[in-house]
Write a protein that binds this ligand. Structure first.
Ligand SMILES: *[C@@H]1O[C@H](CO)[C@@H](O)[C@H](O)[C@H]1NC(C)=O
Ligand SMILES: *[C@@H]1O[C@H](CO)[C@@H](O)[C@H](O)[C@H]1NC(C)=O
Ligand SMILES: CC(=O)N[C@H]1CO[C@H](CO)[C@@H](O)[C@@H]1O
Length: 417
């Protein structure tokens, strides 16, 4: 477990006079207009992928991940490695004229959003904590990755039926704050609109759009080790699939959010530079020398993913210990020999491109491992979709997942940036 450093922000006095010239400069910088080309920077990979190595010129904003929520709205926590990297990250962003953002929460960090926004007093403290964080580190924006309002998320999140309403009140207060009003504010969201007080997706989320510069739809992890079949990690479409295989897609997510009155020109498509691995017997995987669609898989043991072994164990914030995730970054698929250095399937690997989801699969017959992932072709399809639908752009999870910018260049070319 990484050592977690607690930042007790609201109690730390800041020399605001010292920061005034900086704030003035930030005010004059315009918010990104046009297309958002973004990625999240996983700070725990910072020793192998330092901030200096990112393809800054290809982004409009990069978001540092993560500041975790804590039980105290007066503090968020960033691990010590991340905290050491943060000033370098921000300096790199500024020198490339890219917006430096910070994401709050994430799958493992959303435990206390609910209590931090539950009351007017807590919201005010939480606003102060985050604006002080932004000021201290000269951030251009904050990204809220609450997974998810009124849901238990990883399993032990505090939750309340008022979460979405309180989240909106919090965002409105942040937007009215003198520092907050100058920040870019975004949210990473699920494939259906925020859960309302009745436990169902809200039918009108237009008020959120007034406080947010954009939302990034996290249309990935749609299928994985928890599913019944090997399916697409990040489907572009699913209405062309059989009814029981329609688990969500970019198309359905955009339709759901816009039906709930979220403006399409404030929607960014979250895209995945990674895939999930599955153990699939040869008999099931290969039919008439081709990879079969949606095969069943052997749930246990989960084949290890990139940087994992069969013995890999991690303990989550709820105290639950589990084995390998089986996740491979695109770059890891090259390193592990599934893909060539051009990002195409290696000679001993079977490949299938699924026309409906517009995503690929690779299968290694000698290890019986199948992986559903995204490649240059699927990123190009997503880019074309973004352009055709007039979405605001893309946000890639994550900045260290690509190999030689194969995915990033593909989606950017398709959008025409
Ligand atoms: C407000 O924050 C405090 C911690 O400062 C916490 O103990 C309390 O439960 C929060 N209020 C609500 C209603 O969640
Ligand atoms: C692929 O999908 C497109 C759009 O749904 C369709 O027009 C085309 O016929 C499909 N091609 C194949 C080979 O299934
Ligand atoms: C996931 C979910 O629906 N959570 C809760 C949201 O709030 C309602 C009302 O309290 C609950 O019934 C849900 O269980």
């Amino acid at each position: 477990m990484k050592k977690i450093l607690l930042l007790l922000l609201a109690s730390v006095p800041f020399a605001f006079a010292h920061h005034t010239p900086l704030k003035a400069r930030q005010i004059s910088r315009s918010l990104p207009s046009g297309v958002v080309a973004a990625s999240w920077y996983p700070s725990w990979l910072g020793t192998t992928v330092p901030p200096e190595s990112l393809s800054w010129a290809k982004y409009t904003s990069v978001t540092f991940a993560f500041a975790l929520t804590t039980s105290n709205p007066g503090a968020v926590s960033i691990d010590s490695n991340g905290l050491a990297l943060l000033p370098r990250f921000v300096a790199q962003a500024k020198s490339h004229n890219v917006k430096a953002m910070m994401t709050i929460g994430g799958w493992t960090g959303s435990q206390f959003f609910s209590s931090n926004v539950a009351t007017a007093a807590n919201r005010t403290i939480f606003v102060k904590t985050l604006t002080q964080l932004a000021t201290k580190y000269q951030l251009d924006g904050l990204d809220f990755d609450w997974e998810y309002p009124n849901q238990s998320g990883i399993g032990c999140n505090v939750m309340s039926s008022s979460d979405s309403a309180n989240f909106l009140l919090f965002l409105q207060e942040l937007k009215q704050d003198p520092v907050g009003s100058k920040l870019i504010i975004s949210a990473a969201v699920g494939i259906t609109p925020f859960t309302g007080s009745d436990g169902k997706p809200m039918s009108d989320v237009s008020a959120f759009a007034d406080s947010l510069d954009w939302i990034a739809l996290m249309v990935y992890d749609v299928w994985g080790s928890w599913s019944d079949f090997v399916g697409p990690n990040a489907p572009l479409a699913d209405s062309c699939a059989a009814a029981n295989l329609q688990q969500g897609s970019a198309e359905s997510a955009v339709a759901a959010w816009t039906a709930a009155n979220f403006p399409i020109n404030k929607i960014v498509l979250g895209v995945a530079a990674y895939g999930h691995s599955f153990s699939v017997s040869k008999k099931v995987a290969i039919v008439k020398s081709q990879l079969a669609p949606y095969p069943t898989f052997v749930k246990s043991p989960q084949p290890p993913g990139e940087g994992e072994t069969a013995d890999t164990k991690t303990t989550d914030p709820c105290g639950v210990t589990s084995g390998p995730t089986g996740v491979f970054n695109f770059e890891g698929l090259v390193t592990a020999g599934y893909l060539t250095s051009k990002g195409s399937p290696a000679s001993n690997i079977l490949y299938r491109f699924d026309n409906c989801s517009q995503t690929p699969y690779v299968y290694n017959p000698s290890t019986s491992v199948e992986i559903s992932y995204d490649d240059a072709r699927s990123f190009a399809s997503k880019g074309s979709f973004i352009k055709a639908k007039t979405l605001k752009g893309f946000a890639m999870w994550h900045a260290a997942g690509d190999y030689k910018d194969i995915l990033l260049d593909s989606i950017s070319a398709a959008i025409g940036t």
